[in-house]
Design a protein around this ligand. Structure first.
Ligand SMILES: *Cc1c(COP(=O)(O)O)cnc(C)c1O
Length: 631
């Protein structure tokens, strides 16, 4: 047990010991004092505050215990070497209590000074300073709620320890695995494999983790990266990816440089009871950046750990089918986060039916290890080509289809959108809100379903779609629209959803809001430019929204990505004018949201990928193999 002085380590430790039937030890009383043969206060007086940490660390290195719950001291985590020793021999549980609460508790306990607190330094300052050491040293974090009882905290510890020790991995939607296999697929396996070999998709075999409202409340005042870290810690076992790594990846992914602000995905009022969650501030201006700035980092880590296992024999080719936005986001993510490694990225996009800006983003990405190919066919054709190539094992090298683990990453933005509404004072923690998501491959709405299952108070989850709605592919043909990422008939993630649903008797989730809606008009009075995907979301929210409940509409792309289409809808068709002129025109028509940072640069890049192929399996796999030889 680790945490600030006054976080309750000793009492909680004792309760946890009782519940787990383990011995309880306190580093102060049971180790330091007998080891030093004097009280901690005497030692502190003897060596002084500065040397104390060192002496305490040395003593900890001499400590041995098994089958015990051990309460560390508040200053132990400041000694790195001894903490890494501790973490090798057991699970470090961090009781993460809000500093303000600690200050109050310490006042009640009449503690007015702690180790390392120099003159003139307030208790709050020193606690804040120490936080970084705690953040570096834990394996699992317990988010302690305001006024939470020791009993409740200890129950959480017991649950988390059990869950972490018996962590179940990931399974395919198409097969019920045996007990042995349940543990065999780790998070990094899923990152590397993407699709299950049987053609199914991976889903977690473990119970969906939950947040209490008190825990969510602690996240309200945080920046996006800190929220995301706490969400992902609940999903990803520390034995798969340690929280210290997770934190490093998250902070790299969601830097101000890439997303413009630490809010990352800000929420703003649209009109009435409608709020937009702006998911488009990333480098390629769609919400796909949210996952794709993180995925490549997980991927590199997964390669590192698999090469440790099987030797340095693998070459990697990331094969992506895109409906327009994923391709650009993957190319940007890998070029930023994969270092100098030779990983090939190949993107298949529908030659007809994505926007000019989207096409330009991808076909102008230079690099020996990048191959971008247009396919004469729609996204469904591209996706089925990729899936088939994958299940056929067409290459001896590892093929990746990047739709596996990114669901958790999307989940973070959904959880965060709710927290933003609370932070803005629109709702109180615990009040229901609805969520309306423009839907193509069902990824976002599935992430929303997971967020709701985690305990975020979402009521209706509304799927905004351009078309359909019986899931019967025999009679349907695709209606092309201006929102290409939604022009998808065979929604991949529907499979995950069906799995979860058929696994449970209760109807947990409102999924009846798929609306026939072939066209839309931008609402003029709003004074805000929506991209065509978000506009579909808005139209559907107008129809489905419950009167008194706020709705968050996921704003999935920046309107500039669809500048010609948006202008045409607004009655300002500019024909073949340069797209940059269209950007100017649009920002003159409406100043909200602000122009995107990167898209203008994209327009001036030369096109480097010219290839367009028929949607023919042999031709495409031939091209994949040729590219694979070059990397
Ligand atoms: C990908 C995408 C969607 C659809 O999201 P899914 O997760 O596939 O349902 C909607 N809008 C935009 C702009 C997209 O790029």
């Amino acid at each position: 047990m680790m945490g600030s002085p006054g976080s309750g380590k000793t009492t909680v430790g004792r309760l946890v010991g009782q519940k787990l039937g383990l011995r309880t030890l306190d580093i102060d009383d049971d180790h330091l004092e007998p080891y030093w043969k004097m009280t901690v206060a005497e030692k502190l007086a003897e060596v002084g505050s500065d040397r104390f940490i060192e002496e305490e660390g040395k003593a900890l290195l001499e400590f041995n215990a098994q089958n015990s719950v051990v309460s560390l001291t508040g200053s132990n985590p400041m000694h790195e070497e001894s903490m890494s020793y501790v973490s090798k021999s057991g699970m470090v549980v961090f009781l993460d209590v809000e500093n303000e609460d600690i200050v109050q508790r310490l006042e009640r306990m009449k503690v007015n000074r702690i180790v390392g607190q120099g003159p003139g330094v307030t208790m709050s300052d020193i606690l804040q300073y120490r936080q970084q050491f705690y953040e570096k040293s834990y394996d699992v974090r317990i988010i302690v709620e305001k006024n939470e009882t020791q009993e409740s905290i200890s129950n959480k510890v017991v649950e988390v320890v059990k869950r972490t020790k018996n962590h179940k991995g990931y399974v395919s939607t198409r097969r019920i695995p045996n007990e042995e296999e349940l543990k065999s697929m780790t998070f990094f396996d899923v990152v590397l494999k993407g699709l299950a070999q049987d053609g199914g998709l991976f889903i977690p075999a473990f119970k969906i983790p939950r947040f209490s409202l008190g825990e969510l409340d602690r996240l309200v005042s945080m920046d996006y990266s800190d929220r995301a870290l706490r969400v992902l810690e609940k999903w990803i076992s520390p034995y798969d990816c340690h929280p210290s790594k997770l934190k490093e990846f998250i902070f790299k992914a969601y830097s101000n440089e890439s997303f413009g602000s630490s809010l990352v995905f800000p929420v703003r009022h649209l009109e009435g009871n409608q709020y937009l969650c702006e998911l488009f501030h990333g480098p390629t201006a769609s919400f796909k950046d949210g996952a794709m700035q993180l995925m490549p980092q997980f991927f590199m880590e997964a390669i590192k750990s698999s090469e440790r296992d099987i030797g340095n024999a693998c070459k990697y080719l990331i094969l992506v089918a895109t409906s327009g936005d994923t391709g650009g986001a993957v190319l940007d993510g890998f070029s930023r986060h994969s270092g100098n490694s030779k990983i090939g990225v190949m993107v298949l996009y529908p030659e007809e039916g994505i926007s000019e800006v989207q096409k330009k983003q991808m076909t102008s990405m230079a690099g020996d290890n990048i191959h971008v190919v247009g396919i004469r066919g729609d996204f469904d054709v591209c996706q089925s080509l990729v899936k088939r190539a994958f299940t056929d094992n067409i290459l001896s090298m590892l093929l990746i289809q990047s739709t596996g683990a990114d669901l958790f990453l999307r989940l973070c933005s959904t959880v965060s959108a709710y927290l933003e509404l609370v932070r803005m004072g629109v709702v109180e923690m615990g009040s229901d809100v609805d969520l309306c998501v423009p839907t193509g491959n069902f990824g976002n709405i599935l992430a929303a379903f997971y967020a709701k299952e985690m305990g975020v108070p979402f009521n209706q989850l509304i799927c905004a779609s351009n078309k359909l709605v019986h899931y019967d592919l025999r009679k349907r043909s695709l209606i092309q629209s201006f929102s290409p990422a939604m022009d998808i008939l065979v929604s991949s993630n529907l499979e995950r959803y069906i799995y979860h649903k058929s696994d449970s008797e209760t109807v947990r989730h409102c999924f009846d809001s798929l609306i026939e809606n072939r066209f839309f008009k931008l609402p003029k009075e709003v004074g805000y430019l929506l991209d065509p995907h978000t506009a579909v979301g808005k139209v559907v929210a107008d129809k489905c929204q419950t009167k008194n409940r706020p709705v968050i509409i996921a704003s999935t792309a920046h309107y500039e990505k669809f500048a010609p289409e948006v202008l045409r809808i607004l009655g300002n068709d500019m024909g073949n004018a340069p797209v940059s002129d269209m950007f100017d025109k649009l920002s003159n028509i409406c100043s909200k949201p602000a122009k995107h940072n990167n898209l203008r640069d994209v327009l001036s890049r030369p096109k480097v990928h010219q290839k367009v192929l028929e949607g023919d399996y042999k031709k495409v796999t031939g091209d994949i193999e040729n590219f694979a030889k070059r990397i």
